[in-house]
Design a protein around this ligand. Structure first.
Ligand SMILES: NC(=O)c1ccc[n+]([C@@H]2O[C@H](COP(=O)([O-])OP(=O)(O)OC[C@H]3O[C@@H](n4cnc5c(N)ncnc54)[C@H](O)[C@@H]3O)[C@@H](O)[C@H]2O)c1
Length: 371
């Protein structure tokens, strides 16, 4: 399971009570837990938030009036279940799975905060059944991920990593043997024309590309506004020189990009995935497609399992470029995400109804509890 290290140093610096003194031994958290911020309430030393990875300092600034935030790097169900005791809020970092058992273990749980937009790792049905709102952060990282997709597009079209290695190893003659590709006049297909997909389509405008998009839930007018033509998935794959995946992972989209679809692509097409790793059937399909020239290059920010097994043959391919699911974690996006999530969680604990709730149906079931 992915152990999120972002801002670890910062959180370690902040493993102390808000008055600056170290945690007294009597309230020392269990092994594997870091505590920072907030005043521990007497007689209720475990009341507060559990975070499955470090949080931005702004989260502490916003939430510490409700209780301390305890950071764990544990991600297994068995490890998380006992840590849920007394937690009024759960902050879900990265792809830590939050199962029904974890949700049900939080007897005091009033709110779950997801630092991101993809909620495929949270058992929403379990949270809804218990009337627990799940806060997420739509739009907070859209621009950052769109810029990341653009970086992949340019790097792979111009074959920057391959040519960098060739140039540095003295293969100057590569300039007569390899070709770089053009964006102008080429066709690009975007799978998932939501917030990120639309932001990305807008960034493409100066490049004078033909933009196709596949998204069964977006109205034609919305696609037209960002210069994209809505088509079905088969047509998108068969007509595009570049394909960018930015759909959410759902039952419908899991494995949606399979061998058959990739075989429809033009020779030496470029495939980029910044959505969720499991949108693609397997890493084997990508390796085979690079080897047989069906794909010219692959870029992945996301993987079916994170971290991925880097001994897979794909990782030794020079035309494979990857990053550790980081595109949504730019400086400003990180701050936006944690501010939006924390304000939403605080609103719930204050008995208000914020707009960024994944399962608003919980508000029809019960009045919102305040603390
Ligand atoms: N790489 C990263 O760091 C990073 C950061 C943020 C989000 N993401 C991923 O990107 C995804 C999209 O984010 P967003 O903010 O644009 O979400 P969004 O909800 O605004 O957009 C998702 C779009 O995908 C569409 N969609 C749903 N099913 C589809 C299907 N079968 N085929 C094609 N399109 C389909 C939806 O209609 C929607 O328009 C997230 O769910 C998340 O998994 C990745």
């Amino acid at each position: 399971m992915r152990r999120v290290e972002l801002a670890k140093k910062d959180s370690q610096r902040r493993i102390q009570r808000s008055d600056g003194s170290p945690n007294p031994p009597s309230s020392a958290p269990p092994e594997g837990i870091e505590t920072h911020g907030g005043e521990e309430k007497e007689g209720n030393s475990h009341s507060g938030f559990l975070a499955t990875g470090p949080v931005h300092p702004i989260t502490n600034d916003i939430l510490n009036r409700f209780g301390p935030i305890r950071v764990t790097h544990e991600s297994s169900e068995d490890a998380l279940v006992p840590l849920m005791a007394g937690a009024i809020g759960l902050i879900v970092r990265g792809n830590t799975p939050v199962s029904r058992r974890v949700v049900e273990a939080g007897e005091q749980l009033r709110v779950i905060g997801r630092s991101g937009v993809g909620c495929d790792n949270v058992d929403l049905a379990a949270a809804t059944a218990r009337g627990i709102p799940v806060i997420y952060t739509p739009g907070a990282a859209s621009r950052a991920v769109a810029e990341g997709a653009m970086a992949y597009l340019l790097a792979l079209a111009k074959r920057l990593t391959e040519l960098d290695a060739k140039t540095k190893s003295g293969h100057w003659r590569t300039r007569d043997q390899m070709q770089v590709y053009d964006l102008q006049g080429a066709t690009i297909g975007i799978v998932g024309l939501g917030r990120i997909g639309q932001e990305f389509a807008s960034l493409l405008k100066p490049f004078e590309m033909r933009v196709l998009a596949s998204d069964p839930y977006v109205p034609i007018k919305q696609a037209e506004r960002v210069g994209a033509e809505l088509v079905d998935l088969e047509r998108l794959f068969s007509e595009s020189n570049f394909v960018v995946l930015v759909a959410p992972l759902t039952k419908e989209t899991r494995g949606i990009v399979n061998r058959r679809l990739i075989e429809l692509m033009k020779p030496r097409s470029v495939l980029i995935n910044v959505g969720r790793g499991a949108l693609i059937e397997s890493l084997d399909v990508l390796f085979d497609s690079l080897k047989n020239g069906n794909l010219g290059a692959v870029g992945l920010d996301v993987f079916p399992d994170e971290p991925p097994d880097v001994s897979h043959r794909l990782f030794s391919q020079p035309n494979f470029l990857c990053t550790p699911h980081i595109l949504g974690l730019s400086v400003s996006a990180t701050r936006n995400i944690f501010r939006m999530m924390s304000e939403g969680m605080a609103a719930i604990l204050d008995g208000k109804v914020p707009s960024n709730v994944v399962n608003p149906e919980v508000f029809q079931k019960q009045s919102v509890p305040s603390v």
